[in-house]
Design a protein around this ligand. Structure first.
Ligand code: SF4
Length: 339
């Protein structure tokens, strides 16, 4: 395992770390087989974990699909809580484990009660909910989406207006892509809707990802000044201004694919910084410019040590009330059917 990691991660992870991490990974992989477990790893996992123990890696949508297809008894989700909840939503009979109780600033920005209030304020308007939310919020929704399919999901609804929650920037980017006007009402009447129920087609919510909101147009300009050949790729949770200043915007998988399929030498990935390491490891002849002050504190909590403990002790098991799970499953499965 150490040689395997060295071959992929030389120059990305210090050699002295690789030996220790390779031993942990070997024990995790042994236990995984013994317990008939599958490990799903999000693109934001740190490089040694990302390249050693997951059976599948990818973005939320891809991992949702893998979670729906697996016949393993145990799913260990190396990601944050809302992702593991989605796996449980789709696999009620399986044990779903989360190595650490990692949360998410975006998922915490909205509650199920907030969604019910929005529905009261905009009766009959369908609710599209980003998968980066907790199960009880999904349960109040008509359909889910990811950053990979958000515009397609909005277009698929036969409705003049759509409530799109909770990521403000993703909503603004989708509104721009689909040519819709968007408002951001607050539930105490202080939003920018002024009580007028016409003249807009999307209703957003002011949730933010604490990682992607940090990138600025100035960051992009500074890097372009320093590296005139850099190609800038932005995640759609970045602000519309940052997306407009970039060369390409897409989900983490779309960004990974872009780097693999293009011949440019140098890239700036405006997303969680471990992903830059993972993309760099997969493309050794290309250079990733890092803005590595931007590491998600939640994704950063998932370690090989925690994953080993998770398998050894069956912790932390994700459980959901069945009525919540069933309603959330409807919204997630409707999204999966769209693609
Ligand atoms: S990067 Fe971190 S804070 Fe941002 S959406 Fe993902 S888990 Fe949440």
């Amino acid at each position: 395992m150490k040689h395997q990691l060295q071959a992929i991660l030389a120059g990305v992870v210090p050699d002295f770390e690789l030996g220790y991490k390779a031993e942990l990974a070997a024990e995790i992989n042994r236990l995984k087989r013994e317990k008939n477990a599958v490990i799903l790893g999000h693109n934001y996992m740190e490089p040694a974990l990302f390249n050693s123990i997951p059976d599948f890696v990818g973005d939320s949508l891809e991992l949702c699909r893998k979670a729906a297809e697996t016949d393993a008894d145990i799913i260990v989700f190396c990601g944050v809580r809302f992702m593991a909840e989605t796996a449980k939503i789709l696999n009620p009979e399986k044990t779903v484990l989360l190595p650490s109780r990692a949360g998410c600033s975006l998922a915490s920005s909205i509650t199920a009660a907030d969604v019910r209030e929005l529905r009261k304020k905009f009766p009959g308007v369908p609710v599209v909910t980003y998968v980066n939310t907790y199960a009880d919020v999904k349960a109040e929704s008509d359909i889910c989406c990811t950053s990979a399919n958000a515009a397609a999901v909005v277009r698929s609804l036969d409705s003049d207006q759509v409530i799109f929650i909770p990521d403000e920037y993703l909503a603004r980017n989708v509104a721009r892509e689909t040519g819709k006007q968007i408002i951001f009402p607050t539930l105490n009447g202080q939003g920018n809707d002024n009580g007028d129920k016409t003249g807009f087609q999307m209703i957003g919510w002011p949730g933010r990802c604490e990682v992607h909101e940090k990138f600025t147009v100035e960051d992009v300009a500074n890097v372009r000044r320093q590296f005139s050949d850099v190609v800038v790729l932005a995640h759609p949770e970045c602000s519309p201004e940052v997306v407009a200043a970039s060369d390409f915007s897409g989900s983490t998988t779309a960004m990974t694919r872009y780097v693999a399929e293009h011949a440019h030498h140098r890239y700036l990935l405006l997303t969680e910084c471990a992903m830059g390491d993972n993309v760099a490891a997969a493309n050794p002849t290309k250079e990733m410019v890092r803005l590595c002050s931007v590491r998600c504190p939640h994704m950063n909590q998932i370690t090989l040590e925690d994953t080993l403990r998770s398998l050894q002790m069956n912790q932390y098991e994700v459980t959901l009330p069945e009525d919540v799970r069933l309603r959330a499953a409807h919204a997630v499965e409707r999204m999966i059917a769209i693609g």
